[in-house]
Design a protein around this ligand. Structure first.
Ligand SMILES: Cc1cc2nc3c(=O)[nH]c(=O)nc-3n(C[C@H](O)[C@H](O)[C@H](O)COP(=O)(O)O)c2cc1C
Length: 195
């Protein structure tokens, strides 16, 4: 197949979106110094280290999420299923400082076990994280957080992997404001022993 060269100087550009790649949609909850809960949908989140368990994500420096984490050093990564994608997207709106974005999105706060920001009751799973380090690049910050506690819905915990994804329908975003719920599970060929 013939290849087309493209210029990628911005991973959110129309050109970059032509590459079939995807990121999981999550909602990050944080809390301000005044105790106001903030929620924001994010997709540039990744498994950064395995042991210790560390997640990384990129955030615009101007976002409330960033300000709250630099001040309070804690956040929760909440995993939504497709059933709440509409509510999740409401957390992408620009609300003024002091607004509880969970209330605005019609989502319920559930106390976390190890950190101050709450979990989101309607989400299927949660990683409670402590901010460990960060790197600033232009208008963005790369934030790394160590997992202090993790939890998920009991039905998912008890399900097989096939059932788990069928129930949870986690969301991946693909660019151009499109998403897909992941609900099909196929087995990879297992690694063969060397002769
Ligand atoms: C599908 C989707 C994915 C997003 N992913 C990110 C992201 O990974 N990083 C980021 O900084 N903003 C991301 N945003 C934008 C934020 O959700 C949005 O700017 C939000 O208002 C920031 O909220 P805050 O100021 O309360 O932190 C995304 C928005 C959408 C719609």
């Amino acid at each position: 197949m013939e290849k087309v060269d493209i210029i990628v100087d911005n991973l959110l550009s129309k050109e970059a979106a032509k590459i079939p790649r995807m990121n999981q949609l999550v909602i990050i909850t944080t809390i301000s110094t005044k105790g106001v809960v903030n929620a924001a949908v994010k997709s540039e989140v990744f498994h950064a280290l395995t042991k210790p368990p560390v997640f990384g994500f990129s955030c615009n420096l101007g976002h409330h999420t960033c300000k709250n984490i630099l001040e309070q050093h804690e956040f929760v990564i909440n995993i939504p299923g497709e059933d709440i994608v509409g509510k999740a997207m409401k957390t992408a709106y620009d609300y003024p400082v002091g607004v509880n974005e969970l209330d605005e999105a019609g989502l319920q706060a559930l106390s976390s076990k190890k950190v101050k920001p709450p979990r989101i009751a309607e989400c299927v799973a949660h990683f409670e994280c402590r901010h460990e380090w960060h790197d600033i690049h232009g208008e963005e910050i790369l934030i790394f957080g160590r997992v202090m506690a993790a939890s998920l819905n009991k039905d998912l915990y008890e399900a097989t992997i096939e059932e788990r994804f069928r129930i949870a329908r986690p969301i991946v975003v693909m660019g151009e404001y499109r998403y897909s719920p992941v609900h099909e599970v196929k087995k990879l060929v297992e690694k063969q022993k060397a002769h």
